[in-house]
Ligand binder design. Structure first.
Ligand code: GCB
Length: 599
């Protein structure tokens, strides 16, 4: 799906601002609410999660539906155009109404959707209502508890006769922020229009050879003009599918991005898509970008900040990439869901490498919130399979042209050992689907939970072994010697597989400002010792191709005995102040080259 852009053929209107808002019931949304202005509405900012914008437990812990409302009008000169209403992301389920009539529904909180409103939007004022459900359960990604029941139960058994309030219990370690979290846009296209553009770059000697396809609706001729960064035309092409050659191509490289622009025209429609020319390949135990062995230095992140919650914050995005570059980091994973389209374009521009992850987190009923008791067959109990296929297809369709994306992650920390055969039956088709969906056929991974890896039949199916490991924190916390031994044993195991291995998470909760001369857990000194001890082991393995810490910054979680005001494993605080470890990593990473570290 193309990102909405202003061009000489397309008008674009951003519906960001203050909308009317109301909390509604838990289970169903009453369509009648959408037919009239909300009585005594609250004010809420869009785009942003709603949770931290108002005070009160009922607001923060709201379970179920809310309503957003505003009026929209179409400028009369655009009345003859094709008109679309597009949502960057609405978490977790959306129903969109215009003048009381249901236009569309969308499941999943992290990918865009749009609906055509040509002929439905009338002259003058139109009432737009967006109903949003925040429930996570056994059928959603991410996974949560069923029916608002108390799945966690706390440390002790439930007390008979007590009825806990219904609420979302995420089977994942981040706050279940909800609402219209990314921009809502109204845009137009001509009646004959460009529906999609696919670009598949390759390198032939000093030339870039790009295969392309332009999907169109209606009548017209397709033509392409390829411009370099100075706006000079470097190639042309005609027809809906073909290839073009860029002589003496400037490659897109980590920290040295070069972007060309494909200016596509079809009849009167035109659309400009920036793209980079680079190659990605797993060869043996190496991860190659442009044919050179790349070393991932960076982070698992979250879209998370004060007041905005998970809402798009472009200032924060710019700041985060600036901090990464300051430290010599070259990459991050979109843990644990696809990030905004705006962030993906920014990473293309800034030369930051991205591992792009679906929202499949919590696909594990033997771990975390759901853990305890006899092992359960996660894949029998969850109803996520079809939705999981949809999010893989939709994420790749959205992000397929981004040079920054070098690998897809189909899930984070799934149950891959308690029921190894069920896990293989569930994940092998998803691995195949991800490859089949990607025109560039990038590597595909699954991010592995700390487990008895000798029993894991799923991780080895994937192209890169991505490990979330907490030796020195959840395992051998405070005993870094034991942590090193255990880690070395594990890496000895994985290196025999002959595939690249990397950390997609490792870290220690650290309270900013907490210091001790003799480090203990939670101090800033321990966080540095943890990382130094870990690197003393990982640096010995040639197959170990990357280190992405957990986490870039402290972030919000559900309240509970495991977390004091959220997860504190950030290298930065939530407001982006560096902890000691930021300076440690700055020194380490500015000395580690992007390419050839292990060769
Ligand atoms: C994990 C999860 C991540 C958590 C982290 C932690 O393995 O993937 O979402 O936040 O551990 O800090 O426990």
């Amino acid at each position: 799906m193309l990102y909405p852009k202003l061009s000489q053929s397309r008008a674009l209107m951003d519906l960001s601002g203050i909308w009317d808002f109301a909390l509604c019931g838990p289970d169903t949304f009453d369509d009648a609410i959408a037919g009239a202005p909300l009585p005594k509405p609250m004010s809420i900012a869009v785009p942003a999660s709603y949770n931290d914008q108002k005070e009160g437990v009922d607001f923060r812990d709201h379970y179920g539906w809310v309503a957003y409302q505003r009026t929209i009008s179409l400028p009369a000169p655009l009345a003859e155009e094709r008109i679309l209403l597009r949502f960057g992301a609405v978490a977790q389920y959306a129903k969109v109404y215009l003048n009381g009539a249901l236009l569309c529904e969308h499941k999943g909180g992290f990918l865009p959707f749009e609906t055509e409103i040509t002929g439905k939007i009338k002259p003058g004022c139109n009432l737009l209502t967006v109903a949003v459900d925040n429930k996570v359960d056994y059928g959603t990604l991410p996974v949560g508890n069923e029916d608002g029941s108390s799945m966690l139960g706390g440390m002790l058994a439930a007390v008979p006769g007590v009825t806990p309030k219904r609420q979302n219990m995420p089977n994942f370690d981040f706050f279940n922020y909800a609402g219209i979290s990314r921009p809502v846009k109204l845009y137009t296209t001509p009646k004959s229009y460009i529906a999609d553009i696919t670009l598949i770059p390759s390198v032939n000697g000093t030339d870039g050879v790009v295969h392309y396809r332009v999907d169109t609706v209606g009548t017209g001729e397709v033509s392409l003009s390829i411009k370099d960064e100075l706006g000079q035309e470097v190639a042309v092409a005609a027809g809906p599918e073909g290839s073009f050659t860029i002589p003496n191509v400037q490659l897109w490289e980590p920290h040295a991005a070069y972007l060309y622009t494909a200016e596509v025209t079809f009849g009167t429609d035109c659309y400009a898509e920036p793209f980079g020319v680079r190659t990605v390949e797993v060869r043996g135990a190496q991860f190659l970008i442009n044919g050179k062995p790349f070393y991932f230095k960076g982070f698992g992140k979250h879209e998370d900040s004060n007041y905005h919650g998970r809402g798009l914050d472009e200032v924060l995005n710019v700041k985060d990439l600036s901090l990464m570059k300051w430290m010599g980091a070259n990459s991050f994973r979109t843990s644990h869901y696809p990030y905004s389209e705006e962030m993906m374009y920014l990473c293309d521009r800034e030369g930051i490498v991205v591992i792009d992850e679906t929202p499949a987190v919590g696909v594990n009923l033997n771990f975390g919130a759901a853990g305890g008791g006899a092992p359960r067959d996660t894949y029998e109990l969850l109803r996520t399979k079809e939705h999981h296929q949809d999010v893989i297809r939709d994420m790749i369709a959205r992000d397929k042209n981004h040079a920054c994306v070098v690998m897809w992650s189909v899930a984070n920390e799934s149950d891959t050992t308690a029921v190894p055969d069920s896990a293989v039956a569930y994940y092998k088709p998803l691995y195949d689907l991800a490859h089949a969906s990607d025109p560039q056929n990038r590597p595909v991974t699954i991010v592995g939970v700390q487990n008895d890896y000798t029993k894991d039949k799923t991780l080895p199916l994937f192209d890169v072994i991505c490990l979330n490991r907490y030796y020195g924190w959840y395992v051998y916390g405070g005993d870094l010697g034991a942590a090193q031994q255990a880690l070395a044993l594990e890496l000895d195991f994985w290196q025999k597989l002959g595939k690249p291995v990397m950390f997609t998470e490792y870290g220690a909760d650290t309270v900013a400002g907490l210091h001790l001369a003799t480090p203990t857990m939670f101090t800033e000194e321990y966080q540095v010792d943890f990382y130094e001890a870990t690197h003393a082991v990982t640096d010995r393995y040639a197959c170990f191709v990357g280190e992405q810490t957990w986490n870039f910054a402290d972030f919000a979680t559900i309240q509970g005995v495991m977390r004091v005001d959220g997860n504190k494993k950030g290298i930065f605080t939530r407001d982006r102040r560096p902890k000691f470890a930021a300076h440690y990593f700055k020194k380490r990473w500015t000395e580690i080259p992007n390419f050839g570290y292990k060769s």
